[in-house]
Design a binder for this molecule. Structure first.
Ligand code: IPM
Ligand code: MN
Length: 348
């Protein structure tokens, strides 16, 4: 019996290639029990849904969920994603989506002078612009209307902002939280966000704060990325900024993420920021490091901090050496070779 039971959903495309490699790496440092679920787009093509109706009840019993990627060239993205990824994030109230961006020594940033980038985007993950509240009127007619509402609640904002401040304290680096809004244009939801942010900030006098409009934040991510510590934003804004922070630190193939239920009432889910990458999937060349680092975030969440650090150090060592890397980082190594290099660094 392993120490924890993990639900493994490799999903689609690149997810199926990086998942086995991440498990091989985790097996070097911890003994976990895995149960694999074949949910995703192939399952959809057979059953007409991305996962069974009682999927959340099934997943509820696990200590954590590892997810590869979801997305299929023949199925609309809003079908695949609203059929699996988003219902798990919302259903398990995984309200803090944590996305670190660290510029590893030996990895090139597209910026000329990136400095030492070490930031974490904390994204609200259960409401906001992704709430899926709205509808179509006069579908298919010339006068067709679509309404998509953003939903911002005081409770929803407060808890994710609080998570961001706690994280800035725990990281103990720059001890700074940046809040992202667009309250100059969106005078209700984002004004509420600004107000709640200021209220929570008052409880953390040891943490400095900054509020940026999302457009200015995009500019400043490029201009002074090393100045950021913890950055907190809504579902959509932080989605966009976390792709930006990923590429500023070399590749989205390195970007890991955790969908956390900090209260631990439900399992949390760990997944790379990248998608199923149908353009390069199936050729054995996808970078497995984002998946491997996501698995190490899972170990951390499970209380296996030393094991998590061991994986991070092994990844950092492989990147610093620069001999073995996938094409996204300018190398020619395969998915499997990169994972094997990490395993070698772990001394296995
Ligand atoms: C991500 C992805 C998803 C999101 C998509 C695939 C729905 O871009 O995890 O960042 O926007 O949340
Ligand atoms: Mn995204």
């Amino acid at each position: 019996m392993g120490q924890f039971s993990i639900a493994v959903i490799a999903g689609d495309g690149a997810g199926c290639e990086v998942m086995p490699e991440a498990l091989r790496v985790v097996d070097c440092v911890a003994k976990l029990d895995y149960r694999r679920f074949d949910w995703g787009s192939e399952y959809y093509l057979r059953h007409g849904r991305m996962m069974p109706e009682d999927a959340l009840e099934t997943l509820e019993e696990f200590d954590a969920i590892l997810l590869g990627a979801i997305g299929h060239p023949q199925i609309a993205d809003h079908v695949t994603l609203n059929g699996l990824l988003l219902p798990i994030r919302r259903g398990f109230d995984q309200y803090a989506n944590v996305r670190p961006a660290f510029l590893y020594p030996g990895v090139a940033s597209p910026l000329a002078n990136p400095g030492a980038i070490d930031l974490v985007v904390v994204r609200e993950n259960t409401e906001g612009e992704y709430a899926q509240v709205g509808g179509f009127l006069h579908s298919g007619q010339p006068e067709e209307v679509a309404i998509q509402s953003g939903v911002f609640t005081r409770r929803g904002i407060e808890r994710v902002v609080r998570y961001a401040f706690d994280l800035a304290r725990r990281r103990d680096k720059k001890r700074r939280v940046t809040s992202i809004t667009k309250s100059n244009a969106q005078g209700f939801s984002m004004v509420l966000w600004d107000r709640v942010f200021a209220e929570v900030a008052a409880e953390f006098p040891d943490i400095s704060t900054e509020s940026l409009l999302v457009d200015a934040a995009a500019m400043n991510f490029v201009r002074r990325p090393a100045s950021f510590d913890v950055v907190v934003g809504s579902n959509l804004f932080a989605d966009i900024l976390s792709d930006l922070s990923a590429i500023l630190t070399g590749s989205i193939g390195l970007a890991a993420s955790a969908n956390l239920n900090p209260a631990r009432k439900h399992p949390s889910m760990f997944e790379p920021v990248h998608g199923s990458a149908p353009d390069i999937a199936g050729r054995g060349i996808v970078n497995p490091l984002a998946m491997i680092l996501s698995a190490s975030m899972m170990l951390d969440h499970l209380g296996l901090a030393n094991e998590a650090r061991a994986i991070e150090h092994a990844v950092a060592a492989v990147l610093a050496e620069g001999r073995c890397r996938t094409a996204d980082l300018g190398g020619a190594s395969s998915t499997r070779e990169v994972a094997a290099a990490v395993i070698e660094k772990l001394g296995r």
